[in-house]
Each structure stands twice: as C-alpha cells, then as structure tokens.
Design a protein around this ligand. Sequence first.
Ligand SMILES: [Fe+2]
Ligand SMILES: [Fe+2]
Length: 145
Amino acid sequence: MILWTKQFETGSEQLDQQHQMLIDHINLLEEQLQNPNPSREETAFAMHLVDYLEAYATVHFKDEEKCMESHRCPSCAQNRREHERFRGFIHNYKRLCELEGFKMDLLKNLHGLIQNWIQGHILKIDTQLRPCIPPIPQSGSHAAP
Ligand SMILES: [Fe+2]
Ligand SMILES: [Fe+2]
C-alpha cells in the first residue's frame, strides 16, 4: 500500500493528480490480490487493472516527458529511460502469461515490482522537476501600481 505524501509533489498539479491516480490503482490491485481464492471475475478484474495501469501510465509518461522537456529538467533523459523500464516489466509479465498461462503469483510479483518502482521513481526522478517549474505568483501579493 502506497500512501501519498507531500514528498511526492512535482510542482505540477496535473502530474501530481496523475501520480495519485496511478497510486490509487496500484493500491486497488493490491486489495484484489489479497483474496487467496479469487473468483474468476475477481481474477479478470485484477488483470483488467493491469491493462488500465499500462494505458494510464502511457498517457502520464507522455505528459510528464513533455513537461520535463519544456522546463528543461536535467532528469528528462533519465526519466524517459526509466519509463521504458516500466514498460518492460509489463511487457515481460504479459509475455510470461502467454508462455506459462496466467498465474496469480505472476501478478503478485508484478504488483510488487510496480509498487516499488513507482515510489522510487517519483521520489528520485519525477520530483527533480520541482525546482525547474517557476512558482505560481500568489494573487494579491504584488498589487499593480
Ligand atoms: Fe517519470
Ligand atoms: Fe511520473
């Protein structure tokens, strides 16, 4: 379970909201995996959540890469490389499911990987954006002459 804290803030409200959405779904996946004897519907729902996470992450990565580029964030290239790694986890998981058939353990491993990755990635890479984004001026603090 990942708990959102201010440490995750990137300086971009849009990216923070997307991160919260990703975290909510990773936590939801964890909840789904807690049942030791899931029904067919529950298993299908958990697999569907992975597809959703993959699609949502793709949109988020694009927005974030664009944002880092436009603010000339020095972590831009590293961010892109790490996003590729994330896509690799999902790709490998799907490949293994094709080869070996779906197993709940595979999904649990994937969840663990994604959970650790997202926390580390936001804290180490995405938050590098914070000092690159100029602060929004407080309204009223600079009254026009
Ligand atoms: Fe990122
Ligand atoms: Fe991100």
